[in-house]
Design a protein around this ligand. Structure first.
Ligand code: BDR
Ligand code: CA
Length: 324
């Protein structure tokens, strides 16, 4: 039976591919997509979720917009990485897939409490919605199978020397998630930097011959340009799909257990994840921490999912497309 999941995201180039993997892989059942402020303001991340769902003909998954700012402190966006739209690169038309008129947190609660089995939450963005869900509706905890998140790092950061963006943009929310007592798996930069969308990956998207494969190649091309400019990477890391891949097949992402704490007060270290892999501190284990990626399996699952969706997608947003 496919694992029921909800993705809470901020598309976002890599969030978009995470959505495609979740919608196109038979090992998971994507019940909802919820959006939050992160890579861009929530109006833009919601529009982008609608855009990628329209392009992939994902019409049966509700999309709901959530929090517009973090629990505490200023709102940051990552327009330097993802552009003014939050998903720069491809030209998208007006999306036909709509968002539902319900707050993300209420949609999550309704789906969680109504589903016959516990559901896995996959946050690939600042964890504001998830923290609000857990604090406002604590009764949902029994309906959550696990939380498999993209965020943090066992090593250095990408927004400060020690803080990764999703945690840095709402450290209090991440802290609530890591202290929730629920099973948590952290897929941080240390593992997502093994998921590099090399020219070979781009060629595989293009070789699919579908409009959706072309969109993925365009997304990766833009993402590659910002990663090259800002960090000097030869190829961009596709962070968010790593968390989805962990749920699809745990063997793709090898983990070790550790205590993880979020630094909330450090003078220079706010938003850092303190991952105690070697048990220096006398703290209980509260997370599985991703360490390594089976890259071949990872890319095979993504390309296959995009191929599946691309074959069934009906063109709605590119009127000049002459395909069937
Ligand atoms: C994370 O930050 C965002 O820019 C990406 O979408 C990913 O979720 C990586 O630090
Ligand atoms: Ca993201």
């Amino acid at each position: 039976m496919p694992v029921p999941i909800i993705i809470d995201c901020d598309p976002g180039h890599d969030d978009a591919i995470a959505i495609l993997l979740a919608a196109g892989d038979p090992a998971v059942d994507l019940l909802a997509i919820t959006t939050v402020a992160g890579n861009q303001v929530v109006e833009k991340t919601t529009l982008n979720a609608r855009r990628i769902c329209t392009a992939a003909a994902i019409t049966d998954v509700p999309i709901a917009a959530g929090c517009a700012r973090p629990l505490v402190g200023p709102r940051y966006v990552a327009d330097d990485v993802h552009g003014e739209s939050g998903m720069d690169g491809p030209r998208f038309g007006e999306p036909t897939v709509r968002a539902v008129p319900e707050h993300a947190v209420d949609l999550m609660r309704r789906i969680l409490t109504g589903h016959p089995e516990p559901v896995t939450l996959i946050p690939t963005a600042p964890m504001t919605n998830i923290a609000l869900l857990l604090t406002r509706y604590p009764e949902v905890a029994g309906h959550i199978r696990e939380i498999v998140l993209m965020g943090g790092s066992t090593e250095r950061g990408n927004r400060t020397p020690v803080a990764e963006f999703n945690v840095y943009a709402d450290p209090e929310a991440a802290d609530i998630v890591f202290r929730s007592g629920l099973p948590v798996t952290m897929c941080g930069l240390n593992v997502t930097h093994q998921a590099l969308a090399t020219p070979d990956v781009l060629a595989r998207f293009e070789a699919l011959g579908s409009e959706l494969g072309g969109i993925c190649a365009e997304l990766m091309t833009y993402f590659a340009s910002t990663y090259r400019r800002i960090w000097g990477f030869d190829a961009p890391p596709l962070h968010d799909p790593v968390a989805v891949a962990r749920v699809i097949d745990p063997a793709i992402v090898r983990c070790a257990e550790a205590s993880v704490a979020v630094e909330l007060r450090g003078q220079y270290t706010r938003g850092a994840t303190v991952v105690d892999l070697h048990r220096y501190l006398d703290r209980p284990v509260n997370a599985q921490v991703a360490l390594s990626l089976d890259q071949e399996q990872f890319w095979d699952r993504i390309v296959t999912a995009v191929d599946t969706l691309g074959k069934r997608a009906v063109r709605t947003d590119r009127p000049w497309h002459a395909g069937p």
